[in-house]
Design a binder for this molecule. Structure first.
Ligand SMILES: Cc1cc2nc3c(=O)[nH]c(=O)nc-3n(C[C@H](O)[C@H](O)[C@H](O)COP(=O)(O)O)c2cc1C
Length: 242
């Protein structure tokens, strides 16, 4: 094993979900800044980066948000709360940005590879992400995928619900990158889905299409903040070699 792998192994093993933080322990907010920078580098679907990270630092705002986390001690005793939000509504804006950035490096004469990238962001992404309020287009796309899919492999994640899952996957990867980074910085975290999403959305003044993926609390653990030993299913039950 390389030294880097050993260090990574130590970080993964050190991370536990912490339910009580030591509010008096020294805390470097720059560790959060660095970890959010790293979270931005998480892999994400089509590189559309349909996520936003809201960092709630001030005591009054943090205390209010902790109440929307149902008063969990993991939120109440934290130094900061980071809300990982999905923004599937921003697909067009982000697709244009990512394509424009890619095109800056394109040669003057557009070749086959460049045309594929342009078609991807101009045709495929709109086909996947566009939806009407009742998602009637989603139904049509699903039917078309079922018919064409009988003859060749096709993308089947085409409805509005499928798109919601896609953006939550990417936001969750950003949250995990953030948590591992905080562990590397010597701090602790707790991912939370126990919150009142309607109140959290109102608190952050988010539009209807935005969704809360996860709220991650950060701080320095109190020894009693680790609830029990680490339990995982036997590997044979979940890891399969094919
Ligand atoms: C999506 C998600 C939501 C979670 N929500 C909560 C929560 O609301 N409150 C809490 O105390 N822990 C929450 N957890 C933490 C899990 O209970 C914890 O990760 C699990 O028990 C394994 O423990 P470990 O993280 O210490 O390895 C959540 C974890 C994930 C991934």
């Amino acid at each position: 094993m390389t030294n880097e792998a050993q260090t990574f192994n130590d970080i993964v093993n050190a991370r536990r979900s912490i339910r009580i933080y030591d509010e008096k322990a020294p805390f470097d907010p720059e560790a959060v800044t660095r970890s959010l920078d790293r979270a931005l580098l998480a892999p994400n679907s089509s590189n559309l980066q349909l996520w936003e990270f809201y960092r709630v630092k001030t005591k009054a705002k943090k205390d209010e948000l902790a109440q929307y986390c149902l008063g969990q001690k993991a939120a109440v005793t934290a130094n900061e709360l980071i809300v990982f939000v999905t923004r599937r509504d921003k697909w067009k804006e982000h697709a244009n940005f990512v394509l424009a950035e890619a095109m800056k490096d394109f040669p003057d004469k557009i070749g086959k590879r460049e045309q594929l990238v342009i078609d991807y962001y101009k045709k495929i992404i709109p086909a996947l992400y566009f939806s009407d309020p009742a998602d009637l287009t989603g139904g049509v796309k699903k039917l078309a995928a079922a018919v064409t899919g009988a003859f060749r492999p096709v993308p089947r994640q085409v409805t509005a619900t499928d798109v919601r899952i896609v953006v939550h996957k990417s936001a969750a990867l950003a949250a995990q990158t953030f948590m591992l980074s905080m562990a590397a910085e010597g701090y602790d975290t707790c991912p939370m889905e126990g919150f009142d999403s309607a109140r959290v959305k109102k608190f952050l003044q988010l539009p209807a299409a935005a969704e809360i993926c996860m709220i991650v609390s950060v701080g320095k653990a109190k020894p009693e903040g680790v609830y029990g030993k680490r339990v995982r299913l036997p590997k044979e039950q979940v890891v399969f070699e094919i």
